[in-house]
Structures are given as C-alpha cells and as structure tokens.
Design a protein around this ligand. Structure first.
Ligand code: PLP
Length: 369
C-alpha cells in the first residue's frame, strides 16, 4: 500500500515502537508510586513534558490527555464563564472543536468567524465578532483539510486589543513538528496537540497551558497532571510522544515541500483538476478536486489499486456539505470531488510516481476516458 493519508494518522517511527516496548515491559511502574524505579519513571515523564513545552517555545506546561479531541473538548467547556459572555470560533476548526461549539450554540452566545477564499480566517470578521464580553476564542493553527496556516500572532493581538482577558486557544495538531510553533511569542494561551500525527502512538495528546492560566480540572481523582487531569499517566504514550516529536522535527521540511511540488505538477497536468491552494500553506497537506468526479468513488478505486488518500472531509456526502470548503466559498463541484493527500517523511519518490499514475488512471476511468 502507498499511504498518503498522514494527516489522518502516521505510522509510528521504529524508535517509537522500541521505546513503547521498553516502557510496557521494563519501565512499567506507576509514576505516582514512591519507590525508586517509579520515581525514575516520573522524572523521565517530566523531562518529556519539559522537552515538549520547550519545543513549543516554553513559558507554559503540557498537560497530557488521551487525544486532541479531549483537549479541545476541555477548553470549550472551560471557555464559557457566564451566560453574559460570548465565545468566538472560526469556521475552519476541526470537528472536535466545531462540534463542541455547536453543542454550546443555542445555550450560550457562540459566534462563528468566516473564512477567506484563501483558507485563512477573516480577521475583519473576527474584529466584528469580538467584544469586551468575549471569554474564549478558538482559531485552528493549520487546517487539517486544506493545510491553510493562520497567523496566530496577528490574531492574538486583535483579540487582546478588544478582550484582554479572553482565553485564546489554537488547535495545533497539524502544526506541531511540521512548522515553527511558539505559543508564547504568538500570544496563545491554550494549544492542543496530538502524538499520532507525527509518528507517535494513538491515545496520547496534550494541552499546552500558558503559565498563570488555570482551567477547571478535566478529571478529578488522584491529582495526576498537577490536579488538572487525574488518571494514571500513559507513560509509554508520553515518552513516545517526545521521541516522535524529536524525530519528526528532524525531517527537513524542504523534502516534504519537494514532494508536494511534484504532486502539484502531476495533478495540474490532468484536465479539470483544481488545487485548493492557500495563501499560507502547510507543505504536508494537498487538497485537490477532480471536477465532475465523486471523491468517495475515486478514493475507493485508488484503494483497490493500493493507494490510500483521504477525503477532504469525511462528510463530503450529498447531504452534508463540507463546512470548511463551503466557508471558503468553493462550489459544490469542487467540494464533492475533494480529496486530500498528506505527506510524511517516509513517503518515497518512486511510490509517489506510481501513486500519481494511479490517480490519473482512476480520474480518467471515472470520466470514461
Ligand atoms: N485537530 C485536528 C486539526 C486534527 O487534524 C485532528 C485529527 O484528525 C484532531 C484535532 C483530533 O485529534 P485526535 O485524533 O488526537 O483526537
């Protein structure tokens, strides 16, 4: 199989599997226990926590969760302070943010910020939606669907100029390890992350919380994670998250950009293919639409030929419109045929050549050529 759906999940690095084995077989101790082997595990865990914090610019603390969906759910429930306040959320959020906002919508004042055709949030609309009663704002750092990268610093300055006490959250799942992340310099208060998008294990994520900010505990109990998220720590997951971040970050981004450029030139040579290019674009994600085709059918045809790609959105079905592309003003024909290719360091040039030959064949076959 040629795997080109790395924004959905990545294959764990070999070093990660080895480390997981070590922590499941030898270093299995409960980090809360008071005997020496457990104290050593606890120390390693906190080194990993600090490494990840520093990789994100420092000035905060990572609280480990089971996944970014958990982190996002936590921040939304903390964002509402009172019935008089409002929260402001971009239309470009991942479903794990957007659906939380929709749950609050109706009960509270939830305001959605438009996207521009270039994939970024509309900062003029953001300014219109925020006021002094805004308690929480969420803007995704890098879109999982299009790879559009938002300028967090400029957004944070706008938020804080109107609502200095509002919490600013960003979903950094598709950004961490793949582009510079500096929460402190960007003025972010809360930042969600996940290990399985960068060669780590599934079942481990985190929420970076700026120093001085206190959220209501997500889970109460034994007081782990500084009392913010009780439950015995997923030690192997955390250690492997740190290892994956080290290894993923070491990849030369230029290599990924070359893969993407190659992909664009291949796709552009097929008739009637639209590349959903954004102004600030992550090299890891490529969104395209072969006009007149149906994304699910092309995806299935490709799978039968050994090529795995993603749907631009899992809900690009006839009843549910793709929210992000719709918010960018894309037509139904672009949305219905939208596929996502997402790269990882281990994708090989030869694999890419065969994959694009198959993509061309499938599109032509669908079109009866
Ligand atoms: N946020 C973004 C931008 C994502 O791409 C994803 C996963 O696709 C998530 C959140 C959810 O991550 P997790 O699988 O860790 O819950």
């Amino acid at each position: 199989m040629i795997y080109l759906d790395n924004a959905a999940t990545t294959k764990p690095f070999k070093s990660v599997i080895q480390l997981a084995n070590e922590y499941y077989s030898d270093e299995f101790y409960n980090p809360s226990a008071l005997y020496l082997p457990a104290i050593n595990v606890s120390a390693k865990l906190n080194e990993a926590r600090e490494f990840i914090n520093k990789a994100m610019g420092g000035g905060g603390r990572v609280i480990f969760t089971s996944c970014a969906t958990e982190s996002n759910t936590w921040v939304y429930s903390s964002g509402i302070k009172n019935k008089k306040g409002n929260i402001v959320v971009s239309m470009g959020e991942h479903a794990s943010g957007y659906e939380n906002a929709m749950t609050l919508h109706g009960k509270y004042d939830v305001r959605f910020v438009k996207l521009l055709p270039n994939g970024n949030i509309d900062q003029t609309d953001l300014l219109n939606k925020i006021d002094e009663n805004t308690t929480f704002v969420s803007v995704i750092h890098c879109s999982n669907e299009t790879g559009a990268v938002n300028d967090l610093k400029s957004i944070s300055q706008k938020i804080k100029s109107i609502a200095p006490n509002a919490l600013f959250h960003s979903d950094g799942v598709q950004a961490l390890g793949k582009m510079p992340v500096n929460c402190r310099n960007s003025g972010v208060d809360l930042y969600s992350i996940s290990a399985h998008k960068i060669g780590g294990l599934k079942g481990i994520g985190g929420l970076w919380i700026k120093d001085g900010i206190k959220l209501n505990p997500l889970l109460s109990g034994g007081g782990q994670e500084f009392g913010a998220r009780s439950g015995t720590e997923n030690v192997a997951g955390i250690m492997c998250f740190c290892q994956a971040l080290k290894e993923f970050t070491a990849t030369h981004p230029q290599q990924i950009k070359q893969m993407r450029d190659h992909a664009i030139s291949e796709l552009s040579s097929i008739d009637n293919v639209v590349i959903n290019e954004c102004e600030e674009q992550s090299p890891y994600i490529l969104s395209f639409s072969a006009i007149g085709t149906k994304a699910e059918i092309i995806q299935r045809m490709l799978c039968e030929r050994g090529v795995l790609v993603g749907l631009g959105s899992a809900c690009a079905s006839k009843h549910k419109k793709n929210r992000v592309l719709s918010a960018m003003g894309r037509s139904m024909s672009v949305i219905e045929s939208n596929l996502r290719i997402s790269f990882a360091p281990e994708n090989l040039n030869d694999d890419l050549k065969s994959a694009f030959a198959e993509i061309r064949n499938c599109i032509n076959k669908f079109r009866g050529k």
